[in-house]
Design a protein around this ligand. Sequence first.
Ligand code: HEC
Length: 139
Amino acid sequence: MKPGLLLSLLFVVSASAATAEDLTTKMIMALDVNPGAVAFWAGGNDPAEGESAFATEARWVAAVKGAQAMQAKGRLLQSAGIARDGPWSTFAEMMVQISAEGEAAARARNAEKAFEVGGRLYDSCNGCHKTYVPRVPSN
Ligand code: HEC
């Protein structure tokens, strides 16, 4: 192996060690929180034209699961080693509480309520991102 390549590999390894905490949050977001939110938001949306009763039901089941995932990950985000200083845990807990309301609305198949909750859910994402990740522009 060329020395230059070895050096740059070492750099990559140490750089990711320094941002291990970010990587954890990134994985939580990418694998659970974001898909959960997308599934939940779909519950409050108008159905696609001609959507079958089966598809509507599947959408609600996914919305319930998404709301549950956000509650679980919102709690995880508040744990030692992941939580950060400042309002981090307030936003994470906001996500937990609002998702619990969202789960109830999705279980009740209440699209209007799910839509209303979905707007507030977005505020929890946006609040945390605005504070900690100005580089995530669309959230
Ligand atoms: C407690 C703080 C917090 C909350 C609440 C939060 N996020 Fe995040 N999110 C972050 C941080 C920090 C990052 C950046 C992680 C990194 O790349 O270092 C991030 C990154 C992301 C990303 C980019 C992931 C990637 O692949 O790079 C998406 C998408 C995302 N969040 C979606 C959401 C959605 C949707 C919600 C609300 C339902 C939400 N987040 C709530 C802190 C939060």
